[in-house]
Design a binder for this molecule. Sequence first.
Ligand code: ATP
Ligand code: MG
Length: 170
Amino acid sequence: MGLLLVFTGDGKGKTTAALGQVFRALGHGWKCCVIQFLKSGKPTGESLFAAREELLDFRTLGLGFILPGQDREPHRQAALRAWKDASGALASGKYRLVVLDELTYLCSFGFLDPAELAQTLRNRPGDVHVVVTGRKAPRELLEAADLVTEMNAVKHPLDAGIQAQEGIEY
Ligand code: ATP
Ligand code: MG
């Protein structure tokens, strides 16, 4: 039975927990898809790894973080294109596991109606597992989920002025 897992909260560990699920699924020979809704361009450890792994389709479909004062419209259009792509990946029957990384922000930004999000996830084929990550998961998503884990930020190196490092953050 396909499960909907949600990793949310302000602490580090949401995307990496989702990638841990992918790691586990790949070991069982499952075809997996990861769609990143915000990240763009610059390669990460996970995207470099995915390029060598034929069971794993990895797509970064965002335009990066929205800076204050920036025109939101291009971001909205990219986000909705990515959402269409994600809906297609869910319905295709091609993947046993689909990760929708930072999907919650589409709702926070008002680009996507949380009720539509929850409905699309509920309507997916019954054997597809889904992982959604991102802070501030909307109520509708939490209600649709089978598992919700909230990452709690107890301590983070950035608080001590230690910048993001390759291999740990990206
Ligand atoms: P990861 O990809 O390492 O699992 P994440 O997906 O939980 O982290 P995001 O909310 O997507 O974290 O944020 C991405 C970046 O922000 C990461 O580089 C992460 O280390 C950093 N970050 C996460 N939580 C905090 C925090 N509480 N304070 C400062 N930076 C944080
Ligand atoms: Mg993340």
